[in-house]
Ligand binder design. Structure first.
Ligand code: DC
Length: 215
């Protein structure tokens, strides 16, 4: 069985997808990590970002492995490195690159073959697994996502400006939705879950209930 979870940045997809997969005994695939890993390699190889073929060649050559929520590039664990601000900023060059998307979509489909899997991203229920048995669109208002981000920063003792964070969230949403290949859009046959005011546990329980009703 394939369960897709798509939605905008900061909706809590990763945490929820990971916990749901663990609860069901399914594999978990973080497809954002794949685009982030390409951006990391681009930075390390000092690619010219205005030359899409150069980044595509880097993506072609890199050895990418995603295992139990950890990301490895050429044998090195890069799970933390791919979350840096630099990588986050450059990931759009990987995500907007049609040749790279084709490569990643193929890998995602291979990773799911014959498996029970929860896969999370922007295009999983639309472009990658249009026939998935269970499609979730997980979202929250930009204001709620900005409040959560400010809280996270606060817990780490990092000062954060709510207005600036909200601006960045709106900018990322617009970029994700405007992408010519694999844009973020709500699958017509997805169940929408709006997580404003909900805890992670409540969201996971709701999704588990949705899956149970489908099986
Ligand atoms: O979910 P995330 O923040 O780790 O995703 C990183 C970036 O990759 C984000 O800007 C959207 C993009 N992405 C994508 O285009 N397609 C996916 N399936 C997953 C992520």
């Amino acid at each position: 069985m394939i369960i897709t979870i798509d939605g905008p940045a900061g909706a809590g997809k990763s945490t929820v997808a990971k916990q749901l997969a663990a609860m069901l005994g399914f594999d978990y695939l973080d497809t954002g990590a794949m685009y982030r890993a390409v951006a990391l390699c681009g930075l390390r190889n000092r690619v010219h970002w205005d030359n899409p073929a150069e980044l595509a060649a880097v993506a072609e050559q890199m050895q990418l492995r995603i295992e139990s929520g950890q990301t490895f590039v050429d044998g090195e664990e890069v799970s933390d490195a791919i979350r840096s601000a630099d990588v986050t900023e450059k990931t759009r060059f990987a995500a907007n690159n049609p040749a790279i998307r084709a490569m990643m979509v193929r890998r995602q489909q291979q990773a799911a073959r014959g498996k029970n899997i929860v896969t999370e991203g922007r295009d999983q229920g639309t472009a990658v697994f249009p026939d998935a048995q269970c499609k979730i669109y997980l979202t929250a208002t930009p204001e709620e996502r900005a409040r959560r981000r400010v809280r996270e920063y606060g817990q780490r003792g990092v000062p954060a400006d709510y207005a600036e964070i909200l601006r960045q969230i709106n900018q990322r949403d617009a970029g994700d939705m405007a992408r010519e290949v694999g844009p973020l859009c709500e699958p017509a046959d997805a169940i929408r879950v709006v997580t404003d005011g909900m805890t992670i546990d409540q969201v996971v329980a709701q999704l588990a209930g949705i899956v149970e009703n489908l099986t």
